[in-house]
Design a protein around this ligand. Structure first.
Ligand SMILES: [Fe+2]
Ligand SMILES: [Fe+2]
Length: 137
């Protein structure tokens, strides 16, 4: 079971609620694997990928709107994750027959979420928090 601790919150509600939704889908997928509901798992992975892409687009728009100087770099980072998402979709097609695919998928999902999605977003956290407090003044 994956959880986002306080230190991994960006403190921008739109982003944090998207990240929580991604965590929820991953927990549903791993639960489906544990319960041997492989078809359910295969069905949820495309949902995870679709929601991830929607989240990346929302996040990029927010960064651009706030004038974050690293927006292009972060956009390229998101684009670089497409091949990992393609790998997840390919694994999802094999989870019904393959234990190895299920194990690999579980590992890929958790690393993707914690390292590529949440940890990389820490780079702009203080910028957005400062931007919000400037607006408040
Ligand atoms: Fe994010
Ligand atoms: Fe991001």
């Amino acid at each position: 079971m994956v959880e986002i601790t306080r230190s991994y919150e960006i403190e921008v509600e739109m982003i944090d609620s998207d990240h929580r939704r991604l965590v929820d889908i991953i927990n549903e997928i791993t639960q489906a694997i544990d319960d041997k509901r492989e078809e359910e798992c295969a069905r949820l992975v495309p949902d995870f990928v679709t929601f991830s892409k929607q989240h990346f687009a929302r996040e990029e728009a927010l960064l651009a709107k706030n004038g974050y100087p690293g927006v292009d770099k972060h956009r390229r980072h998101h684009a670089s994750l497409n091949y990992k998402m393609d790998t997840m979709l390919a694994l999802a097609e094999r989870v019904v027959e393959s234990v190895a695919a299920r194990d690999e998928l579980r590992k890929e999902l958790i690393f993707f979420l914690m390292d590529d999605v949440i940890n990389e977003d820490m780079n702009f956290k203080s910028f957005l928090v400062d931007a919000a407090s400037r607006k408040g003044n």
